[in-house]
Design a protein around this ligand. Sequence first.
Ligand code: GLN
Length: 490
Amino acid sequence: MIRDLHEKLINQEITSEKLTEEYFAKIEKKDPEIGAYLSLNKEFALDKARAADKKIKNGEEVDLLAGIPCAIKDNICIEGLPATAGSKILGNFVSPYDASVISKLKENNSVFLGKTNLDEFAMGSSTENSAYQVTKNPHDTTRVPGGSSGGSAAAVAADECVWALGSDTGGSIRQPASFCGVVGLKPTYGLVSRYGLIAMASSFDQIGPIAKTVEDAAIILTRVAGCDRKDVTTMLAGGRSAFGGKSAGTIYEDRLTGDVDSIKIGVPKEYFAEGGLDKSVKSLVEKAIKKYEKLGAEIVGISLPSGEYALATYYIIMPSEVSSNLARFDGIRYGQSIEKEIEIDENMILRDIYFKSRAKYLGKEVKRRIMLGTYALSAGYYDQYYLKAQKVRALIKKEFEQIFKKVDLILGPTAPTPAFKIGEKTENPLEMYLSDIYTVTANIAGVPAISIPCGNVKIEGKELPVGLQLAGKWFREKELLSTAYAFEKS
Ligand code: GLN
């Protein structure tokens, strides 16, 4: 997809300006129904498009992403544009700087069409927690697109952009990719800079691509990955630190051989146990396993016994980090303030402004997680919850280390069900959290994981996509992408 468009651009069969205008026309037509975008930047995008066209006309060599229209999740900062993170508290915020991934994409002459919808501060699995709008699944508009990067996934699936960026803390790139029938990659923790990503849970958050093909995801990863002085957790592709040295950069799209002959794929028995896994999803994933076997991969039955505790661990550590990261949105340091809306009397103290601003401008799910997190971190309960969860996290990581001595990749479903109905889980947060059961472990262990489409199920006359998840070794995105590519092209 990206490569084809690039060829057309450099052969001057089309211009980026024309392409960008075509995408805005598509958005105008489809987005009133889908609701993928929170804001559009027409002039800004066309400016970038013309700059790319000029370079091409002058015969300059341009990057694969040059002049290609993309969409950015609204928790990633672009200088001069709004970044709401799906929250009313950032309703008036305009970013004064670029996220590091945006600086890199700007160097490559990417064209940013607009910012996409998300669950407030990326907390959710359906995009219904956005304070602004509910995004609809393009395959069935009575269903959710998944979340929290639901706007980005829906925009890619509806072809309202060529590709998009999302962020993934517990599955927010992969689960919506699965629901919308597109490719979503969560890179190894530390491969992509988080500078300029509005933090949810900093020890889990990663930015990654949502795209139409595995090759596109690889092309995008190449452009956003790498060491960044502004995020000390970033590393080189091999997992080494490059501070002080110059990194050559890894090219992910050049080793998509599709050869899985020497690949060992582990299939955890726990993933298929009786329980929440939908039968139709199970049968599609089992078909995928057979396909890999046919392609020459070795399938190995494995066990992930601590996996059972992954969701609980995630839902202790994540809110703890959330409660700390969101403390800055108090109406004084950041965000909408109640200050100008109420009578300030002399008995009021600063804390009243904090309380009232947060009460008015933060949503229900965000408040729930702040409360859960403060509780888990409180002096009386720290050992029992936070510390315990950190210990289980270490155990899960160890288990992955052991398993990766035996196999190269771990395969399973991305989500237990296809896209669910809008409103189906909004009253029951625990039900909603279960949607992340297969995705959170990769964030806990920090390993890379990808969701690729593996078929459709027909429900109520609509074809709903199902995603297959592959998780790989730390910083071994090449192997992961190539194995995903093998499936896609077979
Ligand atoms: N759905 C998960 C949650 O609600 C994951 C969110 C994410 O990855 N940002 O926390």
